[in-house]
Write a protein that binds this ligand. Structure first.
Ligand code: AMP
Length: 538
């Protein structure tokens, strides 16, 4: 006999406005000055934006609205206005090439795209390739005339009554790189994002409070910025948005008093020296939420021991909105040595409340559950109210979803008796570099189109700065004496972003094969590591 109260993002926005109206959102602008306003002002602009989008007269319920933007207050306004009018927010990954993005925009059929000043030039390349006619620029200029964001808002009414009749209505669409090289869309609902917000806001998960100042360095185009735009405002925390190019993260923390920041390990490795020089100035920083790839234990130790900043390692996927596990110590761990504590924290963590996890192995009659003893390695499968049950516009296949309703994550892991999961390998053909995925299959398919290439295997090798980097191992169709690395790199650059281009092209006579005739990537990795070690020794 309970109310059937719809779980929608409009509730989050209205709660923030009523209860936390004076809390602030601060954005670092390109000239390194700040834009700052409170939640009351933000909510008023969200309502104007809602009216403005409707007045464009191209958006019907369920239509996709693209964003090509960095972490700014305008992007945050779109995070609320688009879903709350019943449309679907589709943040585009600005790191992908125009060719890759054009395919995505075509499939998503974005009706309007909002473009950040920081990316107007690079957006021109995409614009030539897509049919979307309504482009709104955060700022227009003579080189980029068109619809101007501020003008739209100034002409729109600030009264809007949210009316989302069904919590199962779609609110957002994010694309993930596919193992087969084709990106796949994940469509979130109001209900799934609302429940994800409640889950991550628990004390033993992100644990955000009204007293926090939250700084998402994770881009707002990556897996809904890990849900932080919703979690922070529901908690009533202040937010700091770093724009496209924060020159100095330590300055940003010092000037805004950030208490919690979130981003991939590559960022934290890069800024560690900067932060350690400014220990006094960054004393407000209490916690880093780190995910996207594994945080090296030495870096966890450096932050906790030398800077007194708590590291919380999280694991998830675009398919999971994205949070699945979170690594915090249990009460029972308090008496362990520091070294032992950091060993546990380096694991990807325990399933957050609401997420079910299982380790499985495939047998002739489906999947068998494996024990949680910290040693047995198996395929990681998950289910939760915020996990995708299929991809956008693609019929579910057994490659991604099991017959009994679990998502196959493509990660290979162990789980210990306390429920701490640790990723040990990846079954999917993805390389994780700086927290972003690179599809080895897509690179291989493209290299095979080059006339000089006979066979190719792209593998990920460990890299201190980026976590992993791709290396292409190639056999040639004819004997070539000169170095063709540049030629192959240029061939790939037509289709893929710079960070996808392999660091090395290793020419070999033969690529080792597994028993079923596939490239034996494990053997290749070993061979490469051995020759590297030999080189270092000689
Ligand atoms: P994405 O959908 O781009 O967020 O990528 C999800 C994938 O990133 C996961 O399936 C993992 O392979 C990897 N990943 C995410 N978080 C972590 C982490 N904390 N440690 C290791 N790998 C991670």
């Amino acid at each position: 006999m309970m109310m059937n109260y719809p779980l929608t993002l409009a509730q989050i926005l209205e709660h923030a406005r009523h209860i936390h109206g004076s809390k602030r959102v601060t954005t670092l602008l390109p000239d390194q000055t700040f834009h700052s306003y409170n939640y009351t002002a933000l909510c008023e602009r969200v309502k104007r934006l809602a009216n403005a989008i409707m007045q464009l007269r191209v958006i019907q319920p369920g239509d996709r609205v693209g964003t090509y933007a960095s972490n700014t207050y305008q992007h945050l306004e779109l995070y609320y206005a688009v879903p709350c009018i019943g449309a679907v927010l589709h943040p585009l990954n600005v790191r992908l090439t125009a060719v890759q993005l054009a395919r995505i925009v075509q499939e998503a059929e974005d009706k309007v795209i909002f473009v950040d000043d920081a990316f107007t030039k690079q957006f021109d390349k995409l614009r030539e390739k897509i049919e979307c006619k309504q482009i709104v620029h955060f700022h227009t200029s003579s080189a980029h005339p068109g619809i101007a964001y501020e003008q739209l808002l100034s002409e729109a009414d600030s009264v809007y009554s949210w009316d989302i009749p069904d919590e199962n209505r779609a609110m957002g669409l994010c694309y993930t790189s596919g193992t087969q090289g084709e990106p796949r869309g994940v469509l979130y609902t109001h209900r799934s994002m609302f429940l994800h917000t409640l889950a991550v806001n628990q004390a033993d998960v992100f644990g955000l409070t009204e007293a926090d100042v939250v700084m998402p360095l994770v881009p707002m185009f990556h897996a809904m910025a890990w849900g932080l735009p919703y979690a922070s405002m529901f908690a009533g925390a202040d937010m700091v948005l770093p724009g496209a190019n924060p020159v100095c993260i330590a300055d940003l923390i010092a000037e805004t008093g950030a208490t919690v920041a979130a981003g991939v390990p590559t960022i934290w490795a890069r800024v560690y020296p900067e932060l350690s020089k400014r220990r006094q100035d960054i004393s407000t920083l209490r916690r880093l939420i780190v995910g996207g790839e594994a945080m090296p234990p030495t870096l966890i130790e450096a932050y906790e021991k030398n800077l007194g900043v708590e590291i919380c390692h999280a694991w998830g996927m675009t398919e999971m909105s994205p949070t699945g596990t979170f690594s915090k110590l249990r009460g029972a761990h308090q008496n362990l040595s520091d070294a032992e504590k950091w060993r546990i924290k380096a694991k990807q963590g325990r399933p957050i409340p609401g997420v079910e996890l299982r380790l499985a192995t495939e047998t002739s009659n489906g999947f068998t559950k494996l024990p949680w003893n910290g040693e047995v390695v198996g395929e990681l499968q998950v289910r939760s109210p915020w996990t995708a049950s299929r991809y956008y516009n693609i019929e579910p296949t057994t490659e991604h979803f099991t017959a009994d309703g679990w998502l196959r994550t493509g990660d290979i892991a162990t789980v210990d008796v306390d429920g701490y999961m640790q990723i040990v390998d990846r079954a999917k053909a993805l390389i994780r570099s700086g927290g972003e995925s690179i599809s080895s299959v897509a690179l291989e398919a493209s290299l095979l189109k080059h006339p000089s290439v006979l066979e190719v295997a792209v593998i990920g090798v460990p890299d201190e700065k980026w976590g992993e980097r791709p290396i292409a191992v190639v056999t040639l169709s004819q004997r070539i004496h000169e170095d063709i690395s540049d030629t192959l790199g240029q061939h790939l650059a037509v289709e893929f972003p710079k960070f996808w281009i392999p660091d090395q092209f290793v020419i070999v006579d033969e690529i080792p094969k597994t028993s079923v005739g596939k490239s034996d990537k494990q053997a290749l990795r070993k061979q490469l590591l051995m020759s590297e070690t030999k080189e270092k020794l000689s």
